[in-house]
Design a binder for this molecule. Structure first.
Ligand code: HEM
Length: 176
């Protein structure tokens, strides 16, 4: 016996934080659609989460290599890659998934500055420990970008949901 349950092909339904269960049944309300109509982007949070988890994977492998070699010279590189590039990026991703109504240039600017800063900062710290000539500008620009990313995050955190996005839509979008 087959279960005759029609399924939507909406990409938002597959990639949203709801995991697709409730939203994928045709005929049910799709909060992502309501949010997208209001200019929101359900994919922004996932981009932060995916970038963060990739950087965390690189940082953790680096930690394992350090441990295996008993050489902790570059421990600060590992620490900054994991914390600034990985953890902070994923925290932002969780926030943007809970507030998919926030979209636009400020969120994109946050992503770009965080992604660049989260990579340049550990590279610059590596160069600094290794005593290279290029370390100064790289660590400097990485730190400025990381600070800019945090400022943009703060601005987005204090932004209010537009009145056109209903509280019910936001509630159901962030529900598990
Ligand atoms: C399998 C996972 C991991 C391994 C094998 C690992 C390994 C290491 C090693 C060998 C050190 C150097 C210890 C020392 O200097 O005596 C270290 C330091 C550190 N790790 Fe990890 N780590 C892992 C995951 C993480 C994660 C997930 C984070 C943060 C999100 C993190 C943050 C740090 C910090 C903050 C330090 C101190 C850096 C410093 O002293 O300059 N590590 N780790």
């Amino acid at each position: 016996m087959s279960l005759d349950v029609p399924v939507t092909t909406s990409p938002a339904a597959w990639h949203g934080p709801m995991g697709g269960a409730r939203c994928c049944l045709a005929g049910t309300d799709d909060p992502w659609r309501a949010i997208a109509r209001d200019g929101g982007s359900p994919m922004k949070g996932m981009l932060f989460l995916r970038t963060g988890v990739v950087l965390l994977l690189v940082g953790i492998v680096m930690g394992m290599v350090m441990g295996g070699r008993h050489d902790f010279t570059y421990a600060p590189v590992h620490a900054h890659l994991n914390l600034v590039g990985g953890v902070l990026m994923m925290v932002a991703g969780l926030f943007y998934n809970a507030r998919p109504d926030l979209a636009g240039r400020l969120v994109t600017a946050h992503y770009v500055s965080h992604a660049l800063g989260g990579v340049l900062l550990p590279i610059g710290i590596y160069g600094s420990i290794a005593g290279t000539a290029w370390a100064g500008p790289v660590v400097g620009s990485g730190s400025v970008l990381a600070l800019l990313a945090l400022l943009l995050f703060a601005i987005n955190l204090f932004r209010r949901a537009p009145a056109s996005v209903t509280a019910a839509a936001l509630d159901s979008a962030s529900a598990p």
